[in-house]
Design a protein around this ligand. Structure first.
Ligand SMILES: Nc1ncnc2c1ncn2[C@@H]1O[C@H](COP(=O)(O)OP(=O)(O)OP(=O)(O)O)[C@@H](O)[C@H]1O
Ligand SMILES: [Mg+2]
Length: 246
């Protein structure tokens, strides 16, 4: 059920955006952060989103993650139009189909790493014993088991981000979204985080990652570029015309 006129991809897209606009209104001031975005992301793709500060990257990510609403246009996620979903259905999608990793980790300071990683499974209604077992396995996959009982303020930035990735992946979401996940990390920790993403991608995860750094973007299989709220370049050639100057 590919959208009319779309190029055939390897499978149905995980994400299809068409004609997406977003304007922020603060008092009398309006700012249009996204302008007519069309984007298709296919299963197994590792997409990096680049662009200057203020170009709309996080806004786009928030819409992809169903954390914020677009003003107009269509967003189909795994075959379902997001605009047609009820609040409860959307909460379920956010919990089960999407994993998030943020620049600032967003771990809860009073919980241990094990409890942090297990938290999305609480909302998913998974029993405590299974939650803890699966959280332990997730920590093992990012090499953090020995820190399971520590709290976030007792570990390094790179370790926090690995725990955040483990948390994002425990429910095996179809889509992993990361907004500058290495922005607060030193080069060595950033490299380790990238390895984790590459490994997840090899095992089938679809990843969309925002980054300012060309080195990091090069690890992705596809780079798209936003400028002033418009998608101006797409290395796959699918959603934007190739740039004249490249
Ligand atoms: N909640 C908001 N209210 C009003 N304006 C906003 C809001 N969030 C973002 N904006 C504006 O929308 C534009 C795009 O912001 P966005 O956060 O998407 O940029 P970005 O590309 O992620 O930038 P950065 O690289 O600095 O993180 C900016 O001009 C910003 O000021
Ligand atoms: Mg941002």
């Amino acid at each position: 059920m590919a959208a009319e006129g779309a190029l055939a991809g390897p499978a149905d897209p995980v994400i299809t955006l068409r004609g997406v606009w977003k304007t922020y209104r603060t008092g009398k001031i309006e700012f249009t952060a996204l302008k007519d975005i069309a984007l298709d992301i296919y299963p197994g793709e590792f997409t990096a989103i680049m662009g200057p500060s203020g170009s709309g990257k996080s806004t786009l990510m928030h819409i992809l993650g169903c954390l914020d609403h677009k003003d107009s246009g269509s967003y189909v996620l795994n075959g379902t139009e997001i605009g047609d979903m009820t609040a409860n259905e959307l909460a379920l999608v956010r919990n089960q189909e999407i994993g998030f990793v943020f620049q600032s980790f967003n771990l809860l300071p009073k919980l241990t790493l094990l409890e942090n990683v297990a938290l999305p499974m609480v909302y998913a209604g998974i029993k405590r014993h299974e939650r803890l077992e699966r959280a332990r396995e997730a920590l093992e996959s990012v090499d953090l088991v020995r820190w399971a009982q520590h709290r976030p303020n007792e570990i390094s930035g790179g370790q926090k981000q690995r725990a955040a990735i483990a948390r994002a992946m425990t429910l095996k979401p179809a889509l992993l979204l990361a907004d500058e996940p290495t922005g607060n990390l030193d080069t060595k920790s950033a490299g380790e985080i990238l390895k984790v993403f590459a490994q997840l991608n090899r095992s089938g995860s679809t990843i969309v990652l925002i980054t300012h750094e060309a080195d990091i973007a090069r690890q992705a299989s596809r780079i798209i570029q936003l400028v002033d709220g418009q998608l101006v370049h797409d290395s796959s050639g699918r959603n934007a015309p190739p740039r004249q100057d490249s």
